[in-house]
Design a protein around this ligand. Structure first.
Ligand SMILES: *Cc1c(COP(=O)(O)O)cnc(C)c1O
Length: 357
């Protein structure tokens, strides 16, 4: 597989590139995409880079009916010197395979998938925006394409990579958000698909998100699906708390998505000799810490925002304002350090950056 050559069919016309202040998130796509097919018995074949275009799929394709699909999300950053950086992309390819395994989908050769990704980025390199905080969002995904209405794993798949130039998540600087603690809906349960990046989890989360937005909150805090007591994630991010000097994040329990950002933050905190623990955290405990004046910071973590400080929780009608609704010192330091490593302005002691060119 790894020595398969990727066929390249360049687009004849190039699209107009957007101004950096009109980027937003995930609305604009580059000139090319990568695709490759899978058939049971034959394996992955026909890797190719082609002009960005609609797909033609049978209406009976399994993806449409039973949601057999997985995805990833990572970014490419251009440095001041014009180098293109990826951040721990091998972690995303490993996770894509773990997600696929959960959904009974075929494994990819991770090195080959990364090589395909690099070739695609080089071809569409001019699309990587360079204004501060902007980047190229990368969306690899696999869909089940066999036309069959039986409930079973597909025998045919397609692996695709699309690229989208994205604006700075924090145009007006990093700022805290208000979070509704979700007591009715749940995102995932142990034994379910919460650890996989698969479409159904996100479809299932929309209702709670919509209700929270109507009430003026930007995201929900997800509690565990069984007792609705323990904290799992915030929106589609992992979550951290700083309580009386200690940094705490929910332990991976079989329903939490294991974020690359989460893992990087744990490593950074250890590197700084700060106390960090992964364990169960109940909402009661957070409430008590708040009441005792020990809830110092809270923040979400993920590729899109890197760090999203939480300024306030609302829980059973009560408002818990954290750090006066301002970005905490640790949140800011983590944000600056991680983005600094990604854009090549800070040292990279862990060798996380992978240069594309
Ligand atoms: C993608 C994702 C995250 C964050 O993962 P990163 O690898 O840090 O981007 C967290 N939770 C959910 C539910 C996710 O889908």
């Amino acid at each position: 597989m790894a020595d398969q050559t990727i066929k390249i069919n360049l687009s004849e016309s190039k699209k107009q590139k957007p101004q950096s202040d009109q980027l937003g998130f995930g609305k604009i796509f580059t000139d090319h995409m990568f695709m490759m097919d899978y058939i049971e018995g034959k394996g992955w074949h026909d890797p190719r880079i082609v002009p960005f275009q609609p797909l033609s799929l049978d209406p009976a394709a399994i993806i449409f009916h039973y949601g057999q699909t997985v995805f990833e999300g990572l970014k490419a950053y251009v440095t001041k010197a014009g180098e293109v950086h990826l951040f721990r992309p091998e972690k995303n390819m490993q996770r894509l395979n773990r997600s696929s395994d959960r959904l009974c989908m075929p494994q990819l050769d991770e090195e080959f998938a990364l090589e395909a990704l690099k070739q695609l980025i080089i071809i569409d390199k001019d699309w990587i925006p360079s204004a501060p905080g902007t980047s190229l969002y990368i969306r690899p995904f696999i869909i089940a394409t066999e036309p069959y209405l039986g409930v079973t794993a597909s025998k045919h798949y397609q692996f695709l990579i699309i690229l989208s130039p994205v604006g700075s998540y924090y145009k007006e600087g990093i700022h805290p958000v208000k979070i509704l603690v979700e007591n009715e809906y749940v995102r995932a349960v142990t034994g379910g698909t919460g650890t996989a990046k698969t479409a159904g989890n996100y479809a299932a989360s929309l209702k709670a998100q919509e209700v929270a937005e109507e009430k003026g909150y930007s995201q929900v805090l997800w509690l565990d699906g069984i007792e609705k007591k323990y904290i799992e994630e915030v929106g589609s991010m992992n979550v951290f708390f700083k309580i009386n000097g200690e940094i705490v994040t929910p332990a991976l329990n079989g329903s939490i998505l294991e974020g690359v950002t989460r893992n990087s933050i744990i490593q950074l905190l250890k590197h700084w000799n700060l106390p960090v623990v992964e364990r169960k955290i109940s909402m009661d405990e957070i409430y008590q810490a708040y009441k005792n004046g020990q809830l110092e910071e809270a923040f979400g973590t993920g590729t899109a925002a890197i760090i999203s400080p939480i300024g306030e929780f609302i829980w059973h009608g009560e408002e818990l304002v954290i750090n006066n609704g301002k970005t905490g010192e640790l949140s800011k330091k983590l944000y600056d350090t991680l983005t600094g490593i990604q854009y090549g302005t800070e040292p990279d002691p862990f060798g996380w950056v992978v240069k594309v060119q």
